[in-house]
Design a protein around this ligand. Structure first.
Ligand code: MD3
Ligand code: FE
Length: 230
């Protein structure tokens, strides 16, 4: 049942290098889409989407849930990883084994062994929801990739450079697409354009994005990809 570490992904999945260390696994989550949706629904039953405030006090247009030992939260106190839901003081639901294993497999398919995510942030976009250009820099180990999974309505993903002023490219992300961001691109600026109206056959008028992160866990063996010569 467990695939060998160096098995190739299924033939039907296109593996596209989109930048230095960043891979698009087009449609990678489609094969098990029913299990993806059922498992996310399970997490959402335990931890529904929350509509948080930015540190500046503005409501985010994106709804957010988390599972795993840590969760990404924002409120007037700032952006941070928290072991508990700040509204209830309760821990986040555990990360389902299926989600964790899929993230580990996707990281491996992109050339990143030893992935050990301790956070799965689940973002909900309804029509009009967007995410401004930002970097994900609250994690402990910037060598560890971020694995992102898109479900439901398509979006236009904005992907810039290592400086906010660098030119921004546009990429359509579709239901089932998986992106693995590692290497130099791990710290790239990125965002999501306002979601267009639409109906997805399985999710209706919404897009879900899951991001797996190593927030408070470091890759075993130090810095295998970037400092191997030391
Ligand atoms: C590129 N989410 O939650 S996922 C986020 O679609 C976030 O909900 C977007 O950005 C979404 O922080 C984009 C793709 C993604 C995630 C993390 C990255 C791209 C990234 C980190 C570095 C570079
Ligand atoms: Fe991000």
């Amino acid at each position: 049942m467990t695939a060998s570490l160096f098995d190739d992904p299924p033939q039907s999945v296109e593996r596209i290098a989109i930048d230095d260390g960043a891979w698009l696994l087009r449609g990678w989550a489609l094969a098990a889409q029913t299990q993806w949706l059922a498992t996310v629904q399970q997490v959402l039953a335990a931890q529904p989407f929350r509509r948080s405030l930015t540190p500046g006090g503005r409501p985010m247009s994106v709804g957010m849930s988390n599972c795993g030992a840590w969760g990404w939260v924002t409120d007037r106190a700032g952006y941070r990883y928290s072991p508990t839901n700040p509204d209830t003081g309760l821990p986040w639901p555990a990360m389902p084994v299926f989600l964790r294993q899929q993230a580990v497999d996707a990281a491996l398919a992109a050339g990143y062994p030893g992935y050990a995510p301790d956070v799965c942030l689940i973002n909900q976009y309804q029509p009009g929801a967007r995410m401004g250009l930002h970097r994900d820099a609250d994690e402990m180990d910037w060598q560890a990739p971020i694995v992102s999974v898109s479900l439901g309505l398509p979006c236009t993903f904005l992907w810039g450079g290592l400086e906010r002023s660098h030119p921004v490219r546009r990429l359509s992300l579709l239901h089932g697409d998986v992106l693995v961001w590692g290497g130099a691109t791990r710290m790239a600026y990125h965002g999501v354009q306002p979601l267009k109206d639409g109906q997805h056959a399985l999710l209706g008028a919404q897009r879900w994005n899951l991001t797996f992160r190593m927030a408070r866990t470091a890759l075993a063996g130090g810095l295998p990809r970037c400092k191997s010569a030391q």
